[in-house]
Design a binder for this molecule. Structure first.
Ligand SMILES: [Zn+2]
Length: 264
């Protein structure tokens, strides 16, 4: 297994399964399933933002550059020529991808504050605030977007805790010591921890009201509904089509009771 692939695969699979489950009980629309899946997958690689010159870091700063460029374009495009808009897009992209990326690499250490539960919460809150204010999502869905990003982010920390990930993409080695990837905050760097806590507090102040989100997603009825809908109510479709070999004495028949979908 490759390291980057491990993170992106696990985050994609689990956030996809979670989003599909919410779709299965009618909680989210098909278009929202896509955005939740993407957010969970991004969360799965986001902590490696602090690993200098790693693939996730390069990819993330390039993506942030494109996102920042388009946000600037939408905010300042009124009355501008197409050439001015393209220059604005390119300028913001280069600023974020190279200048911010370079400064970030200088000021952060790999597996520092960005590999902590505090950072997972901060990025989740920031996502909820952005989803609401920049992308116009209603409050409960904006919080769900934040929850998916924080979920993917936490999955990354769990995987890092289980394995030492070789960032050059060659091998996957077991860690010698456990307990350094999942931490509440950067234990040896209080300045970074305080700065991240301040970012979390600012992001929290910018988030919409969470009461509707808590009412829906903090309710056990939703999870019992998912559990109830998890198994096929009419038996397994595969057995229903070809006949249940156990019920038929290993002689599948198209006319069996199982085949007519009346399995008990
Ligand atoms: Zn990591």
């Amino acid at each position: 297994m490759a390291n980057f692939k491990t993170h992106i695969t696990v985050a994609s699979l689990l956030s996809g399964a979670l989003a599909a489950s919410l779709y299965g009980v009618g909680r989210v629309a098909p278009a929202e399933v896509w955005s939740l899946w993407v957010l969970g997958s991004i969360g799965g690689i986001l902590p490696d933002l602090d690993s200098d010159q790693s693939r996730p870091s390069q990819l993330l700063f390039a993506s942030l550059g494109v996102l920042g460029g388009f946000l600037a374009l939408f905010a300042f495009s009124a009355g501008r020529s197409i050439l001015e808009m393209l220059l604005l897009l390119l300028g913001v992209f280069l600023l974020v991808r190279y200048l911010l990326g370079h400064l970030f690499a200088r000021w952060t250490t790999h597996r520092g504050i960005f590999h902590s539960l505090l950072a997972a919460g901060s990025f989740g809150l920031l996502t909820a605030a952005l989803a609401h204010h920049a992308f116009g999502r209603e409050a409960a869905h904006a919080w769900l977007c934040g929850a998916f990003l924080a979920f993917g982010y936490s999955l990354h920390l769990v995987l890092d805790e289980l394995y030492a990930v070789d960032l050059s993409d060659r091998t996957l080695r077991r860690k010698r010591s456990l307990g350094s990837a999942i931490k509440p905050f950067a234990l040896g760097n209080w300045r970074a921890s305080v700065a991240m806590a301040c970012c979390a507090a600012i992001a929290f102040l910018a988030t919409p009201k969470a009461d509707r989100f808590l009412q829906v997603y903090g309710n056990s009825a939703l999870y019992s509904d998912i559990y109830r809908r998890f198994w096929p109510a009419e038996g397994w479709p595969l057995f229903a089509r070809f006949g249940d070999p156990l019920a038929q004495g290993n002689a599948p028949s198209g006319k069996s009771e199982a085949a007519t979908g009346r399995r008990r």
